[in-house]
Design a protein around this ligand. Structure first.
Ligand SMILES: *[C@@H]1O[C@H](CO)[C@@H](O)[C@H](O)[C@H]1NC(C)=O
Ligand SMILES: *[C@@H]1O[C@H](CO)[C@@H](O)[C@H](O)[C@H]1NC(C)=O
Ligand SMILES: *[C@@H]1O[C@H](CO)[C@@H](O)[C@H](O)[C@H]1NC(C)=O
Length: 274
């Protein structure tokens, strides 16, 4: 039983000879925020600036989710004004700040569940918690659609999306017009017409449809085009994507809705990975 102990001592001595850098000098190379007085890292200094990113890992990860702010576009007339409120406030003697969120679910970047427009599906519980994460995560194609039309059957056909492609993010004139960045809802956005939705369902293997405005369906065909997608309960609709400045092509998409039982929509965080 002695042998392992002797070996351990031997290796420690060897390590000291081979790597004569002391632990304290390593500390200097990687200073711990806790090394001075405990509170120092909470002091307000001019360098206390959070970093907000759209791209991570030298371009490997692209965030295609819009930020939630009081100005974020929402399908709800009340919008997001006051969507975050402190329910406990340190200024009022609370031990902590604690916020509560009141968020219309079809706001900013979000996902629809089949119960959004089909009463029977809503009642049966086809909520966002039942959406297939396998559809929401995997290889995806980002395509540009022609800018002079809504997404009709003719447009879908012209895109020549090969069979086997299961996830497509459609970038449209909405991105060029910066519609998601505006404060007012604009009903002239581009989306699927009913025949475009039907063509997709009948002729492709696409199960994840992403688009760059609050609705995948053009305003003129708002309900009919949605219903074509919802009917089979296989296609998942992700709306309000931020596709600005991203090169068209193949990525891995990762989208995760919240597990909101009973909800027909959810905020969703979507990223593309190269
Ligand atoms: C804290 O006090 C301020 C001033 O009285 C009040 O406006 C604010 O609503 C309070 N916050 C909470 C969370 O109670
Ligand atoms: C708590 O919230 C107040 C706003 O009422 C803010 O001024 C303060 O900085 C917050 N404190 C912390 C520790 O975040
Ligand atoms: C798409 O349809 C909307 C109505 O739903 C219309 O206002 C808009 O002009 C159309 N866009 C294009 C590029 O045809």
């Amino acid at each position: 039983m002695r042998a392992p102990l002797i070996l351990l001592v031997f290796f420690q001595v060897l390590a000291t000879i081979l790597f004569p850098v002391s632990v304290s000098s390593l500390d200097e190379a990687y200073p711990s925020p806790y090394q001075d007085d405990e509170a120092s890292c909470f002091k307000k200094t001019e360098t206390l600036q959070p970093i907000r990113r759209e791209i991570y890992g030298n371009g490997r990860i692209i965030d295609i989710t819009h930020k939630f702010t009081p100005k974020t576009l929402s399908g709800h007339p009340d919008g997001l004004v006051d969507f975050l409120k402190l329910s406990s406030d340190m200024r009022n003697g609370s031990l902590y700040n604690f916020s509560v969120m009141k968020l219309p679910l079809h706001s900013g970047t979000h996902v629809d569940a089949p119960g959004h427009m089909v009463a029977d599906y809503f009642d049966a519980g086809f909520d966002v918690d039942t959406l297939d994460l396998d559809v929401l995560n995997g290889p995806a194609l980002l395509v540009d659609v022609p800018r002079d039309s809504n997404i009709t059957a003719k447009v879908m056909k012209s895109l020549n999306i090969p069979k086997g492609v299961r996830r497509v993010l459609f970038r449209t004139l909405n991105t060029d017009r910066g519609l998601m960045w505006k404060e007012e809802f604009d009903s002239s956005y581009v989306g699927f017409m009913k025949d475009g939705a039907q063509w997709l369902v009948d002729n492709t293997d696409i199960k994840l449809v992403g688009i760059d405005y609050l609705s995948v369906a053009a305003d003129d065909d708002l309900v009919p085009a949605h219903l074509v997608f919802f009917e089979g309960r296989e296609v998942i609709l992700v709306e309000g994507l931020k596709l600005d400045g991203v090169k068209a092509g193949i990525y891995n998409v990762h989208c995760l809705p919240l597990r909101l039982v009973g909800a027909e929509g959810s905020p969703i965080r979507c990223i593309l990975m190269k």
